[in-house]
Every structure is written in structure tokens, then in C-alpha cells.
Design a protein around this ligand. Structure first.
Ligand SMILES: NC(=O)c1ccc[n+]([C@@H]2O[C@H](COP(=O)([O-])OP(=O)(O)OC[C@H]3O[C@@H](n4cnc5c(N)ncnc54)[C@H](OP(=O)(O)O)[C@@H]3O)[C@@H](O)[C@H]2O)c1
Length: 320
């Protein structure tokens, strides 16, 4: 089969060995694969795959099961699925633990389904499972136009939260159409002030942050009493100073997780939560995949250039 292989920080469509379904795994014949910011880091050598994961990039895919490994129950060859991967989505076939499979949600094409697993699992595990965002609360999403952000905006709205987003102005109209109550141009506006203005000075109950160090103190300033901050990205660096007094006064919580590094059993727990709590919202049309553009798998390098420009809104998807 063919896969995208990284060599000297370049992506090459290369012939590679077929994957085999190990104990508890299935092989997926890939129809489509989502592109994620982390894939760019992996290409640059800054985000190696965890031990045992395929060497090729690609954290999510959709397709059809082509083989079952020993000990797999409840799935069959020919079944249409999408999956959360530790790597290897940029390939014609990939082996994945059965616990990381999700059905293609009712009403979606197999290609659309490829745009969902990574964002759904990341947002649900942080915002719903950990931060317990509730109806009536205020949810601040940084980078609302990202693949993660476009999903978070819709999920926040579907859960009954008031959704505030930061994004460049060119993305605001579409973010409001997706369910954002307030769009903040982070390049022109102070998001802390905008959040306080929008909440009568109370602040945001839950913050989903992809910027890291650069936003840490300001996220705490923007936080409501008993607020929760989930840091899931470091686009603004990893090292920052924090006034713990400011956090304590608000009885705030800061957490940070990486989905890819979690053990398979934890990923399976998250996938089950997504299937039970998020997929019904997707099937009901309340949360939709937002696909900016598609490229053939062999042109993954071009797809990553579009992502690097940050001019996209939502997901970029590779097609077999
Ligand atoms: N921890 C985890 O488990 C996990 C899992 C998945 C993703 N992530 C992280 O989530 C982030 C998004 O991933 P993705 O694949 O969805 O990326 P993406 O689509 O490439 O989006 C990146 C976004 O960052 C925004 N941005 C840049 N500077 C900003 C700033 N100062 N303030 C607010 N937004 C800013 C850009 O929007 P503008 O054009 O508006 O600037 C762009 O939409 C990445 O940092 C990724 O590493 C983490």
C-alpha cells in the first residue's frame, strides 16, 4: 500500500508494508483522513508518534473495515467506520484498536465523518467530561475558526452554553452562523475586556485554550468564579508566569491534556463518551463537520500548506 512518509521534514507518497490487525485491532481501508495542526509538528520532528503507533502522520480517518484481528467482537468486515488514531491516517490502510472506532453518524457521508473524531474526542474529553460545561454557562473558545474551534462552538451551543470565540475578523460571520454568540478579533481587541463586557463582569465559566503561555494570565483574568480552563495547545509557547493568587481568588482550575499520548483504554473511554453523548447531536444536525477543503491523500503536503496559512475555517480532509 501507499502512505505519506516523512523524510527530511518533507512528505512523500511512498510504498510501505501493509498493516496487520493485532490483538483487539481492526484494519481500516481508508476513505478519508483529517489533517490536524499536530501533523505539522510531527513533520517538523517536534511531535513523534507514541510507542507502538504507526510512523505515518494522521490522527483520524474514516473508511471500511477490511480485516479483524483476534479478540475483536461486535464489528465486521465491510462496516463503515471512523476512528481516532495514534498515527497512520495518511495511508491507504491503518490498523487501530477496536475501542477507538466510531460509527459513521447517521446522515453523514464517510468523507464527512473523517473530520470528526479528533475534534470530537478532544473537545468532549476536556469541555464535557472534565470541565463539565453546563447549560447557561459561558464558554470561551480560543481559535474559534480552527478544526477544534468550529466543533467546540457548535457543541457549546448544542449544550446550551453562551459561546464566545476569539478569531481573526474574516472568520467572524461564519462563526456566528455556527452558533457563536460573540466573536472577538484577538488581533484588535482585548479578549479579557470583551469577555467581561459580555458577561456583566462575571467572566467565562469554561475556557478552551490552544495558545498556552501567551494567554495563561489573561485566561485567568477572563475566568468566572469556579471557572475551568483547559489548555490543549501551545501555539503561544509553553512557559509562563502565573499569579496563583488570582487563580485562588476565583477558585479556578487549570488542566492540560494531550489526547494522542493517552493509553488505549483511556481513548476507548473517551470514544464511548463521544458515541453516547456527541453522536446523537451530530445525527440530529446540531453539530456538523465543517470542511474547508479536500485534497488527494498523495497531496498531503499541499493540504498542510493551507493549514499553515491559517486561512482555513474548520477542517482540511485528505481523500483516498
Ligand atoms: N491536546 C490535545 O489533545 C489536542 C488535540 C487536538 C488539537 N489540539 C490543539 O488544538 C489546536 C487547534 O488544532 P487544529 O488542528 O484545529 O488547528 P487549526 O485548524 O490549524 O487551527 C489553528 C488556529 O489557531 C488560531 N490562532 C492563531 N493564533 C491565535 C491567537 N493568538 N488567538 C486565537 N486564535 C489563534 C488560528 O485562527 P485565526 O486565523 O483566527 O488566527 C487557527 O484557526 C492546536 O494548537 C492543536 O495542537 C490539541
Amino acid at each position: 500500500m501507499h502512505a505519506i512518509v516523512i523524510e527530511d521534514k518533507q512528505l512523500h507518497w511512498t510504498e510501505v508494508p501493509e498493516p496487520e490487525a493485532g490483538e483487539g485491532e481492526v484494519v481500516i481501508d481508508v476513505a478519508a483522513a483529517g489533517v490536524n495542526r499536530a501533523d505539522l509538528l510531527q513533520r517538523e520532528g517536534n511531535y513523534p508518534p507514541p510507542p507502538g503507533a504507526p510512523a505515518y502522520p494522521g490522527l483520524e480517518c474514516s473508511g471500511v473495515i477490511s480485516a479483524l484481528g483476534p479478540g475483536v467482537d461486535g464489528h465486521h468486515v465491510g462496516e463503515r467506520v471512523c476512528a481516532l488514531l495514534a498515527g497512520g491516517g495518511y495511508a491507504e490502510r491503518v490498523a487501530v484498536p477496536a475501542g477507538q472506532l466510531l460509527p459513521v453518524p447517521a446522515g453523514l457521508s464517510v468523507v464527512e465523518a473523517a473530520a470528526l473524531p479528533e475534534a470530537a474526542c478532544t473537545v468532549w474529553s476536556n469541555v464535557v467530561s472534565h470541565d463539565k460545561l453546563r447549560a447557561g454557562e459561558t464558554f470561551l473558545v480560543h481559535g474559534g475558526g480552527s478544526g477544534i474551534g468550529t466543533f467546540a462552538v457548535q457543541l457549546g451551543r448544542a449544550l446550551g452554553a453562551t459561546v464566545l470565540v476569539t478569531a481573526r475578523a474574516a472568520k467572524h460571520e461564519r462563526l456566528r452562523a455556527l452558533g457563536a454568540d460573540l466573536t472577538i478579533d484577538y488581533s484588535e481587541q482585548d479578549f479579557v475586556r470583551a469577555v467581561h463586557d459580555a458577561t456583566d463582569g462575571r467572566g467565562a465559566d469554561v475556557v478552551l485554550d490552544i495558545i498556552g503561555a501567551k494567554y495563561l494570565s489573561r485566561n485567568v483574568e477572563a475566568l468566572a468564579p469556579n471557572g475551568r480552563i483547559s489548555v490543549i495547545g501551545f501555539q503561544g509557547g509553553t512557559r509562563a508566569e502565573l499569579d496563583l493568587g488570582a487563580l485562588m481568588t476565583k477558585r479556578g482550575t487549570i488542566s492540560s491534556t494531550s489526547l494522542r499520548a493517552r493509553p488505549p483504554a483511556e481513548k476507548a473511554r473517551i470514544v464511548t463518551g463521544v458515541r453516547d453523548q456527541v453522536w446523537p447531536l451530530v445525527s440530529a444536525g446540531l453539530v456538523k463537520p465543517v470542511i474547508h477543503t479536500t485534497f488527494p491523500l498523495a497531496q498531503a503536503a499541499e493540504a498542510q500548506r493551507v493549514m499553515e496559512s491559517s486561512d482555513h475555517l474548520g477542517k482540511i480532509v485528505l481523500l483516498r
